[in-house]
Design a protein around this ligand. Structure first.
Ligand code: DC
Length: 225
């Protein structure tokens, strides 16, 4: 590892547990957390608010130049508005997945994410953090789980946030997003060749965090001179 704290990436499909695991791992290591999906969601919110959800790429280009997205102390900001509580709806998830296949959207966010990771001591979470954003990351994880387990987790999360959705609707949503996120040409959801794959289907969050933290420590002590 380099002369700075490690950069850790966690990628995987919707509902694999990345969000909670990344937050807990970052807390345990005392690292920053960069939820790259939240940045894509914030852009999608700005697009929806501007009435451009159905517009072509040309109209989006102008809009994207004006949008300012950042994550400051864990808060997702659009300009200086904290939009964290507004970006988790299933509808916005679908729009986000669709918009994130557009080159101009990725070209807007990827450099911001790279810059945020530059100093090290960060856990990035998303779809392409180990393949495109930080291909030189020190430790890369790829979390998976069965479609059923992922749908159930997403369903429970959405109910907890107060969204009255059925398990069937969530399962379909997860299936469509899997297809969109893995099937796009640009920065598709993929396991990096050097990522450690962890199937979380039958593991608790604690077990996953313990496992990842142990692997990070192992890498750290083996490469310390
Ligand atoms: O992780 P999430 O559900 O908040 O992500 C929402 C969408 O954002 C996801 O369906 C695809 C997109 N995304 C992406 O394209 N690249 C990332 N690094 C993170 C998210």
């Amino acid at each position: 590892m380099k002369d700075r704290e490690p950069v850790i990436t966690i990628d995987g499909p919707a509902g694999a547990g990345k969000g909670t695991v990344a937050r807990r791992l970052a807390e345990r290591l005392g690292f920053q957390l960069l939820d790259t999906g939240a940045m894509y969601r914030a852009v999608a919110l700005s697009v929806a608010r501007a009435g451009l959800a159905e517009s072509g790429v040309a109209a989006l280009d102008g809009h994207l130049q004006k949008v300012e997205v950042s994550i400051v102390d864990g808060q997702v900001l659009l300009g200086d508005e904290d939009v964290g509580a507004l970006i988790r709806t299933p509808e916005l998830g679908q729009l986000t997945s669709r918009l994130s296949a557009i080159p101009a959207v990725r070209e807007k966010l990827t450099p911001l994410q790279r810059r945020a990771a530059g100093a090290g001591g960060v856990v990035l979470e998303g779809r392409d953090t180990g393949t495109v954003v930080c291909p030189d990351a020190d430790v890369k994880f790829y979390l998976t789980a069965s479609l059923e387990a992922r749908a159930r987790r997403r369903h429970a999360e959405l109910l907890a946030l107060g969204y009255g959705v059925t398990l069937e609707a969530v399962r379909e949503d997860v299936r469509v997003r899997d297809r969109q996120d893995s099937g796009r040409t640009l920065a598709p959801l993929r396991k990096a060749p050097d990522a450690i794959e962890v199937d979380t289907t039958d593991l608790t969050i604690d077990q996953v965090v313990d496992r990842l933290a142990a692997m990070v420590e192992q890498r750290r002590c083996c490469t310390r001179s």
